[in-house]
Write a protein that binds this ligand. Structure first.
Ligand code: HEC
Ligand code: HEC
Length: 341
């Protein structure tokens, strides 16, 4: 059974359900054949997600930029990482992301496991100099020796950079946030208010579903930003930077719209502050049509029904294991190793 969020007004029950075929409810987890989800991996992955010792200056964890209690974002245009350096893209949410076609705005990582290896070594994010140093740090912490052995029991060398990513990935694969919209899709006509149903109809009729469909209302394809009308001031080539294919210029992953009410600012460059402005501009630049203020408001009302429940128990921060006798020395050596600033 789906628990309902907020108060619900009785619906009219006359929504044409055949219009809903382009959507699916969220799954309870987003599995991977290559990385089976186990409770031991989740326990370890959760610890690593909150682990600041995966960063060079022990200040930054995944949760710094993707705050799990804040719908997986930090609500900044650009996030600051190592020594306060800013990235050049907005931090997308980690909730419901594992089911996307690929990870990052430009899809340069195949899945969440590959993705998790990126930020730890990214010089403006967690800035570790190389995978070996991350492994050395983890091996120096007895609690991790234990937790990796439990999560990867068949492997002689349980602490590897790949296994770190697998554990984080397994944890992320259960970060799902079902909302009243799912209850509506599953058959509860009263799960959405009349206004939300009207907004859903506007969303469908306006053509947003050409790109925003499926269980994430996005996340399953790349599309050109400015498809119908060029988007002004684009600085970022998007998927072109991955493929070097001219046709991929300004293509970005269609962002999923789950929890979009909570994940401002919007777009890959965080350039739009409000949901209403995103909706209005999407319509002009992606579909070539101007929506009235009422239509924008109506779509916004619907999109807010996609705000789901944060799995508070699942994301609860655990006590992280203490440094071992060698940890301080390992970290000091990393900081003296030269690369980075
Ligand atoms: C300093 C801020 C920062 C830190 C720390 C950070 N990220 Fe990110 N994350 C970002 C940004 C910015 C992007 C988008 C970058 C891009 O698309 O080029 C991103 C993208 C992602 C995505 C892709 C989501 C999607 O919809 O494509 C996932 C998943 C993710 N990060 C998980 C993690 C994990 C796991 C960690 C810890 C190992 C982490 N991040 C650490 C800022 C951060
Ligand atoms: C042709 C494909 C396409 C259509 C049609 C489309 N979108 Fe989008 N949408 C995208 C892409 C691609 C992005 C990511 C943009 C970026 O990276 O800058 C996006 C992003 C968004 C965002 C910002 C999400 C975030 O978290 O930053 C919102 C909100 C949105 N779309 C709503 C809509 C609405 C409402 C409609 C209908 C009026 C619509 N879109 C129509 C492709 C489309």
């Amino acid at each position: 059974m789906m628990t309902l969020v907020g108060t619900v007004r009785a619906g009219t029950g006359d929504f044409d359900r055949s219009l809903l075929a382009v959507f699916q409810p969220l799954p309870s987890e987003m599995p991977s054949a290559d990385n089976p989800i186990t409770s031991e991996k989740i326990t370890l992955g959760r610890m690593l997600y909150y682990e600041k010792r995966l960063s060079r200056d022990r200040q930054t964890s995944c949760n710094s930029c993707h705050q799990l209690s804040a719908y997986g974002v930090d609500n900044q245009q650009f996030s600051s990482g190592f020594k306060g350096q800013l990235g050049s893209r907005n931090s997308p949410t980690v909730y419901n992301a594992a089911q996307h076609i690929a990870q990052f705005w430009d899809g340069r990582a195949e899945d969440v496991e590959e993705q998790a290896k990126g930020p730890v070594l990214n010089p403006v994010e967690m800035a570790m100099p190389m995978p070996d140093k991350v492994v050395e740090t983890l091996k120096s912490i007895p609690g991790y020796v234990d937790a990796f052995a439990k999560a990867f029991p068949k492997e002689e060398q349980a602490i590897t950079y790949d296994n770190m990513a697998k554990a984080i990935g397994a944890f992320e694969r259960k970060l799902v946030t079902p909302s009243r919209f799912d209850a509506f899709l599953v058959n509860d006509d009263n799960a959405l208010t009349d206004d939300e149903k009207a907004g859903l109809k506007t969303f469908i009729e306006a053509g947003c579903i050409t790109c925003h469909s499926g269980s994430g209302l996005g996340g399953h394809m790349y599309q050109k930003v400015g498809l119908a009308k060029p988007w002004p001031h684009l600085q970022d080539d998007g998927r072109f930077s991955v493929t070097n294919n001219e046709a991929d210029k300004y293509l970005f992953k269609v962002l999923g719209l789950r929890n979009v009410e909570m994940t401002a600012p919007y777009m890959h460059d965080g350039s739009i502050l409000t949901l209403e402005e995103s909706i209005a501009r999407m319509s002009v630049h992606q579909l070539g049509r101007q929506l009235s203020a009422d239509q924008v408001e109506s779509i916004a009302t619907f999109l807010k029904s996609l705000t789901g429940e944060i799995p508070v128990d699942y994301i609860k921060e655990t006590t992280l294991p203490e440094d071992g006798p060698d940890t301080a020395r390992v970290i000091q050596a990393i900081n003296q190793s030269g690369t980075g600033t």
